[in-house]
Structures are given as structure tokens and as C-alpha cells.
Design a protein around this ligand. Structure first.
Ligand SMILES: [Zn+2]
Length: 310
């Protein structure tokens, strides 16, 4: 197991334990590392940095082992992908400078469900990276060759080459977010934008369910709130940072199934939802996701001016 430090404070961190670890060795398997599953409250020790409010898992298994687990994980949320794409596209149009000409990279793109939507609307400049072999194998034919089976790292694309980099529910899983953000920064064109979505550690799901909230999960290393998320982007040279709460749309039935209520409560309610037809109705909730938009800091070449001053 390796110790994780606060990514904002480093050695100056002042940590306290929020929740004790709740897993055993046998919980560390590829099923637990496949994104969508029934909430099972399997998590590492959850710590909070009292200096900055960052919440994080520590100690965690090695990054080599984590990568192996994701490589073999299953892509198991195909039936929800269209709802997710719809949500992501709405915010993309509303909040970013995205146009049909934007060269776009989606990190942790799964089977490319979001890229596929953009492609279908006429943008052919789409690229993705993804760890899960299963997810990439399920990508549609016309976009499969745009997806690289790799973690995000240096030298897989040219620097300064993307107008927009998106990353949905992946940053929370990254063991070294500062390094991750540096790589993202380098791949962006000057003035390029990022659009990320992460879980909100101050969101509704944590307020209602506490430790039972599905965001306290062995897959998550760092859990952000709007403030700590902003600080991470600021620390890594991003500017024009804006955060906002994401409204997700699922059926009543899906909200219930993904909630951590005990089975004896879930069963009668789901039977009621089924017989009344209410289960299929859509419910739009800000249940605990944060969106963030930020720009690469534009660095004008000021060398000439400095020389002139002297
Ligand atoms: Zn801290």
C-alpha cells in the first residue's frame, strides 16, 4: 500500500481520518473497479486535509495494480450512456467555446459514447483515451480507431494541439492529479479549454447518506468540492475557472437502484414504481456532481519588452 498526500498542501498537510477503511483484500478485483455497480460501501481509509478541505483515500494500492484493474474492468453502463451524453452535450454547448471545428480529446472516454454523438453531428476531429480493453472493444466502428487504449501520458499527442479536453468522472480516480493536469495543460492549444466533471464531496448524496454515499468508493482517490477543485486547476496554471453543479437526468427507477438505501427499502419501492409506471418517469436532480470549465493561461511572448526595459 502507498501513502497519498494532499495534492494542494503536500508536506504542509494536516490530516484527520473521516472514515476507517471498509475493504478486505478480496474486494480488490476487476468487478469492483468497473464503474457502475450496486453501491457496496467498499472504500479505503478516507482522510481530510484540515488545512484546505481536500478529501482523499490513503493508503491505496500501487498505481501499477490500479492500472491493471482498470485495464481488465468491464464497460457496464452502456444502457445509461445516452443519458450521460445528453447531459454532457447540454453543458458543453452552454458553458464552453466548443464549435464543430474544435479538435477535442475525451479522457476516460469509455466506449466513446460522448465522442460518437459529436462525430454524428459532423465534427471529425475527435480523439479519446481509455484504460478498459472491454470499453474500447465496444466502441462503434467509425470511431474505434480514434480511441487509444492507454492511460493519459506524455507523447501520445502533439503538445498545443487540442481546442477542448473533456474528462468526465475520471479525475477522481487519478492517483497523481497534479501530473495529470500538467499533461492536460500541455496538450491544450494556447487559450484552449477544459471541461471536467467530478463528484462533489459536499453534494446532496453525501449530505443524505454520509459514509454510505456511493462516492466513498475504492475507485476514488481524490474527492473534490468546488473550492478544492478550483485550487487544483489554479495550481496547474489554468485560468478563467468556473465551477457549477451538474443536473443529472435518470428515471425514478434508476435513481433508486443506484442509491445506497438497504434492499428491504429498495424492494417495495421498486415494486411500487413498476406497477404505477412512475419508475419510467424522469427525475432531474443536482445530486452531487460538479462541472468545471477552465482555460489554458495564455502566455504572450514578453521577452522583447523585458529587453527593451533594460
Ligand atoms: Zn491540503
Amino acid at each position: 500500500m502507498i501513502e497519498i498526500k494532499c495534492i494542494l498542501c503536500g508536506d504542509k498537510q494536516r490530516t484527520s481520518i473521516l472514515f476507517k477503511k471498509s475493504f478486505s483484500r478480496r474486494d480488490i478485483n476487476k468487478t469492483v473497479f468497473s464503474a457502475r455497480r450496486n453501491p457496496d460501501s467498499v472504500h479505503y481509509q478516507i482522510n481530510k486535509c484540515e488545512r484546505c478541505g481536500m478529501v482523499f483515500s490513503s493508503p491505496v494500492i500501487s498505481s501499477g495494480n490500479i492500472l491493471k484493474l482498470y485495464k481488465n474492468s468491464k464497460f457496464n453502463y452502456q444502457d445509461k450512456a445516452h443519458l450521460l451524453s445528453k447531459t454532457y452535450l447540454t453543458y458543453l454547448r452552454k458553458k464552453t467555446k466548443y464549435s464543430q471545428k474544435s479538435r477535442i480529446l475525451d479522457i476516460g472516454c469509455g466506449n466513446g459514447f460522448f465522442l460518437k454523438e459529436i462525430f454524428a453531428k459532423g465534427n471529425k476531429n475527435i480523439y479519446g483515451v481509455e484504460l478498459s480493453k472491454d470499453a474500447v472493444s465496444k466502441a462503434s466502428k467509425n470511431i474505434k480507431d480514434r480511441i487509444k487504449l492507454t492511460p493519459l501520458k506524455k507523447n501520445i499527442y502533439r503538445n498545443d494541439s487540442f481546442d477542448l479536453i473533456t474528462c468526465f468522472h475520471t479525475l477522481d480516480h487519478v492517483i497523481d492529479p497534479n501530473n495529470f493536469m500538467k499533461t492536460v495543460f500541455n496538450y491544450l492549444k494556447p487559450k484552449g479549454q477544459v471541461f471536467f466533471i467530478v463528484h462533489d464531496v459536499k453534494g446532496l448524496s453525501v449530505k443524505v447518506f454520509g459514509e454510505k454515499s456511493p462516492i466513498f468508493d475504492i475507485e476514488h482517490i481524490f474527492l473534490f468540492n468546488e473550492n478544492t477543485l478550483k485550487k487544483l486547476f489554479l495550481k496547474n496554471e489554468f485560468r478563467n475557472i468556473k465551477t457549477f453543479k451538474i443536473r443529472n437526468s435518470y428515471s425514478f427507477y434508476d435513481w433508486l437502484i443506484s442509491s445506497p438505501f438497504p434492499l428491504k427499502i429498495k424492494k417495495p419501492i421498486s415494486a411500487f414504481l413498476k406497477t404505477t409506471g412512475i419508475g419510467k418517469m424522469m427525475l432531474h436532480l443536482k445530486a452531487g456532481n460538479i462541472g468545471i470549465i477552465a482555460s489554458k493561461r495564455y502566455q504572450p511572448k514578453r521577452l522583447g519588452k523585458k529587453v527593451a526595459k533594460r
